[in-house]
Design a protein around this ligand. Sequence first.
Ligand code: NAD
Ligand code: DAU
Length: 337
Amino acid sequence: MRNLLITGGAGFIGANFVHHMLERYTDYQIVVFDKLTYAGRRENLARWEEDPRFTFVQGDICDMAAVRAAVKAHAIDTIVNFAAETHVDRSILAPDAVITTNVNGTWTLLEVARSMQLERFHQISTDEVYGAIPAPQRSREGDPLEPRSPYSASKAGAEHLVYAYFITYGLPVTVTRGSNNIGPFHYPEKAVPLFTTNALDNQPLPVYGDGLQVRDYQFVRDHCEAIDLVLQKGQLGEIYNVGTEVETANIDMAHKILDILDKPYSLITHVADRAGHDRRYALDCSKLRALGWRSRHTFDAALEQTVRWFVEHEAWWRPIKSGEYLEYYKRQYHDRT
Ligand code: NAD
Ligand code: DAU
């Protein structure tokens, strides 16, 4: 593994993964292949633009000819697929994009990987494929998949294709299922950056329903380290959960953000719940730990670092919260309040 195609590398986790890999490995070539949708930001990768180990290609993972050309031109041996439509709320408003990119796009990449005999295809998946998990149960990799939103169903569909290519064609694949990430470059439509940037502007924090839904919020760089570890040491055909195993209710997360920013709890506004909102996700990560992985950040440290990043990088998020973002915000929140 030396020449990696990082699809979706201009997005939140993809960009953090590019930073991680270029910082850690001096002899890897990293090619980011990204469509630059509303969520893809070239500026997330600005620090590498002059680095000879880094190349950016704008393209759609559903465009087989473009993917094939990039793989050939850069002698790619490994694809790490981050590219996806990732927002559950947008997938409820308009499901077509998640089906196209997350299912068809993943299939396109698999076809290229198979026909060009790549060394490895790694799929970035999500804890959402398990569906809502009643306490005190924790999801293990062999558990049944019960996705309940268009987004999570599309990610489960993609995973099934990945496994089918492993079994049918012997394509060397691995999969990671991550819990909620937080950290630098998080697009401010997702709860933590949305609540943080709204609080900075003294705007309401729209908490869905009673706010007692449980998530496992992990620092994005911890997730990136885990993906790297699975690329190096993971067994082919295997799936690895990635999370902290610490449970946080959304309302507690909102309170902590307000505490860090010294803002009043009165900014919290309970709004109509997300349709089909999964009440709880909880992973068992012992399989990953057996590879030697430990999460480096506690939830409090991860949240503090994330909120501080947004305080210090207003020039990054302020321009995003305009134009298409405001139209989406109106569609998503206007009738909820
Ligand atoms: P993001 O929305 O921030 O970024 C997605 C990136 O994919 C963007 O750069 C976008 O331009 C690109 N993209 C979208 N459609 C594309 C297409 N058709 N062709 C090429 N590029 C395309 O997403 P993220 O939060 O960084 O998530 C990355 C991956 O991790 C996704 O596969 C997601 O399902 C998975 N995941 C995310 C989380 C999380 O908490 N954010 C947790 C677990 C798993
Ligand atoms: O669990 C992994 C998943 O985490 C990833 O697969 C997804 O790509 C990623 O977007 C994320 O999905 P969530 O739906 O959990 O993330 P989001 O930040 O949108 O919401 C986190 C929680 O906060 C969830 O319970 C819904 C709630 N929420 C969200 C928003 C946007 C609110 O209460 N209010 C909001 O305005």
